[in-house]
Design a protein around this ligand. Structure first.
Ligand code: C2E
Ligand code: CA
Ligand code: CA
Length: 435
């Protein structure tokens, strides 16, 4: 790979600025990302400089070219031999930076900004040049040249909006410093799903009317040999990006089928299990076939199973979604809209789609005892749902004071630390048998 960089550079560099041209740069990226090497730590830095052509009018012909030349020389001094600098547009450059595990591309961006804080000199005139830099990461921001460049460019625009000499990067749910961790976790996911490092816990859901637990949500957990407990809030987005969300969900469904078998043998009936279904998986062409296969094979048909699907999915293609939901319903799967209230679902959608349950987001529940507005909103959601014959779950009830208010608003079920934290299957079974 490194050798290829050098060849490309010597062959197709702009003789004037010593920069690699854009087309061979893209080829280089494509080759790099199509390689089988799993852990290619790479960042792209998209840099846009001030339009230097303006100086030509005042300081004479070619001032801009001479500035550009100095600029690329100074940039090259900041790069390592395996990094590649290319011209992306009139006054736009792009850098492909090889990242070693401990490296942070933001440092290079800062070095560039520092370099720009010193004046450039042409014919004893001093110039200051400004720039905006956007950064993207492989594989967090994408697996191909197109996506990575697009993200870096978008981030550059974002930087520009924030003022001159600004650096921006995608606000991943992971912190900058954990870039390396994210990439490693991504690589470790397949094996962790295969072996028992990734497992599932159950958070019970309580019915005020029946005065007992009538269901549970299945939540993924990962005990990583090196990093310890890794939160699903961290690894689910990575699983979505790396394509591992499908096998992870399959595992959740297989686990659910085993739990149902255990419930039966323990005499526990009238109990539902809810599995989180990522919109990324739901939108795949293979989604329905996979589910149909599992329902028949494991067998999950006839079991009281629900799919929790986040509200964001409702903003996508509604006709296709309706078809998918209807096919799931035909398999006897309940449809719950997760994190409800955080998106922008229109009421029309709710009436149009075959939805069984709205799971009202924790943000409406926490502090409902102290905030009349939250109580009003929650009540409106319950009233609306009941009018549409849809059930409501309140999520994230943490204390008795919240519970007291929620109870008066009559949701179908409640879930939260006040009732139980997510627990292991054997603990759940003991709890249910005591009821
Ligand atoms: P979610 O689906 O909204 O799940 C509820 C999260 O809130 C869980 O966090 C749960 O432990 C937490 N929670 C429950 N009650 C309370 C409470 O009273 N107070 C507070 N502060 N939190 C409460 P967890 O298990 O860390 O999961 C985070 C997210 O990860 C989930 O949010 C879900 O989006 C995703 N996730 C977890 N497991 C899976 C899975 O198997 N598949 C998919 N696709 N996503 C999953
Ligand atoms: Ca959920
Ligand atoms: Ca939720």
């Amino acid at each position: 790979m490194q050798q290829h960089n050098i060849i490309s550079r010597s062959v197709q560099v702009d003789p004037h600025t010593k920069l690699l041209d854009y087309a061979p740069f893209i080829d280089l990226l494509d080759q790099r990302f199509s390689s089988d090497a799993k852990e290619i730590f790479t960042a792209l830095l998209f840099i846009e400089f001030d339009d230097l052509a303006q100086f030509n009018d005042v300081f004479g012909f070619n001032t801009d070219d001479r500035l550009m030349l100095q600029l690329s020389e100074k940039l090259n001094l900041l790069l390592k031999s395996e990094d590649v600098l290319a011209k992306a547009g009139d006054h736009q450059y792009i850098i492909m930076k090889n990242l070693s595990a401990s490296e942070n591309p933001k440092e290079l961006a800062q070095h560039i900004m520092h370099m720009l804080s010193e004046p450039f000199v042409v014919d004893s005139n001093m110039f200051y040049i400004n720039a905006s830099i956007g950064i993207s990461f492989h594989p967090l921001d994408g697996n191909d040249a197109y996506r990575l460049i697009k993200t870096a460019k978008n981030n550059m625009r974002h930087a520009k909006e924030n003022g001159k000499n600004y650096i921006a990067f995608t606000p991943h749910r992971v912190a900058f410093s954990s870039y390396e961790k994210s990439v490693r976790i991504m690589g470790d996911l397949p094996a962790a799903i295969e072996n028992e490092e990734i497992y599932f816990v159950y958070q019970p859901q309580y019915s005020y009317i029946k005065k007992r637990f009538i269901g549970a949500e299945i939540l993924a957990r990962w005990r990583h040999p090196e990093y310890g407990e890794v939160s699903p809030a961290f690894f689910i987005p990575l699983a979505e990006k790396s394509g591992m969300i499908a096998p992870l969900t399959v595992k959740a469904l297989v686990v659910a089928s085993k739990a149902f078998t255990l419930f039966e043998s323990e005499g526990i009936d009238d109990f539902s299990l809810s599995v989180n279904i990522s919109p990324v998986f739901l939108m795949r062409s293979t989604f329905y076939k996979t589910i149909e296969f599992l329902m028949e094979q494991y067998p999950l048909s006839g079991k009281n199973i629900n799919f929790e699907i986040t509200e964001e999915v409702l903003m996508k293609n509604t006709d296709k979604l309706k078809q998918t939901f209807e096919r799931l319903k035909a398999l006897n799967i309940g449809i719950e809209i997760d994190d409800f209230g955080t998106g922008y679902t229109s009421l029309q959608h709710l009436a149009y789609l075959p939805i069984d349950t709205l799971k009202v987001d924790r943000s409406f529940v926490s502090g409902i005892d102290k905030d009349v507005k939250k109580k009003t909103l929650f009540k409106a959601m319950v009233d609306m749902s009941h009018a549409l014959n849809i059930d409501v779950i309140a999520e994230g009830v943490e204390n008795s004071s919240e519970d007291r208010i929620i109870k008066t608003l009559k949701p179908t079920k409640v879930q939260g630390y006040f009732y139980s934290r997510p627990i292991h299957l054997d603990v759940l079974v003991e709890k249910l048998k005591r009821d």
